[in-house]
Design a protein. Sequence first.
Length: 168
Amino acid sequence: MSQTILSDKKILILSIVAAATTVIAGILHLQMVPRTLSESLGEGVFFLIGGMLQIFWAVPVIKRWGKIWQIIGIVGTVVLFVLWYANRLHLIPEGGMSEGGPQNHQPGGFPRGNATGGEFPRGGGPPRGSVTFGRMLPSLEILQIAFIGLYITLSIMISKKKTESKQA
């Protein structure tokens, strides 16, 4: 019986930490909206929707809505991270179309901007006060990776607990 209580406490604490990581990442995405809306409407809307979804995602995490919601949360966060990484490698064309084609492109099809990468939007470095892990990942991406790891761990723990309760 005491193992069940201890397991419940671990699941609750892990749920709160996972929810906190996605809420903080969502807030950071929402803070990027005003800056990106003026440069690229599509990018600004993407950050607005992504940020709102990340903040909302605390509800299914805390309330343990089920395996489908867990999969959607993990896959959705992976997609956000992959989009960031693809942009960092300049695999995604920059937003905004002018008369002749995409803005900020040099002849030959190579985008201008920060060759070392950086956060959305391109150019410059990470925002002031942004913590980076070895100057490779901005704090926003670290939070997203942490959420993915925590949520996968939480999903496994919940699944094991359900299996144990069915066997008992």
